[in-house]
Write a protein that binds this ligand. Structure first.
Ligand code: FES
Length: 144
């Protein structure tokens, strides 16, 4: 989206699981929403459904959209795909935090602490970072 007010990414291109959200926000409402996913079909489905569900909503209501709600509207994700939905919501919430941080506003409904979805997205990124460093280290040791 070329005229996005804010965008945010969660995941890592290193493992191929990555999702980005683009939001056009006007008067506290999401006017337009789009996404790019480099995740699996479940991640694409959740991100797509999320954009459908949040257009026209106040940001506070967008914040409350859960991966479980989206999963239910898709007819339920398989258990092994829960993290794909969680990653998408982590990215969406990251975009909302970024929006308010840029505006230097702290709405009272916005929790100080990261939500479960945001923590999961971070953990996934940290794990990928850790594993890629470990693999690089093993390659260096193998080359010596
Ligand atoms: Fe990683 Fe679906 S986004 S398996």
């Amino acid at each position: 989206m070329e005229d996005a007010t804010v965008s945010a990414i969660a995941g890592s291109p290193a493992c191929g699981d990555m999702v980005a959200f683009y939001l056009k926000i006007k008067n506290g409402t999401v006017e337009k929403a789009s996404f790019e996913s480099y995740g699996c079909a479940a991640n694409i489905a959740v991100a797509s459904m999320a954009t459908e569900m949040i257009i026209g909503k106040k940001i506070e209501d967008v914040w409350k959209v859960s991966w479980k709600q989206i999963s239910d509207s898709l007819g339920t994700l398989p258990t092994v795909k829960f993290h794909c939905g969680i990653l998408a919501i982590g990215a969406l919430r990251r975009a909302i935090r970024k929006y308010y941080k840029t505006k230097n506003i702290k709405p009272e409904w916005l929790p100080e602490a990261s939500t479960f979805e945001e923590k999961q997205a971070l953990e996934e990124e940290d794990l990928v970072d850790f594993l890629s460093k470990k693999v690089k280290g093993q390659r260096l040791n193998a080359d010596q």
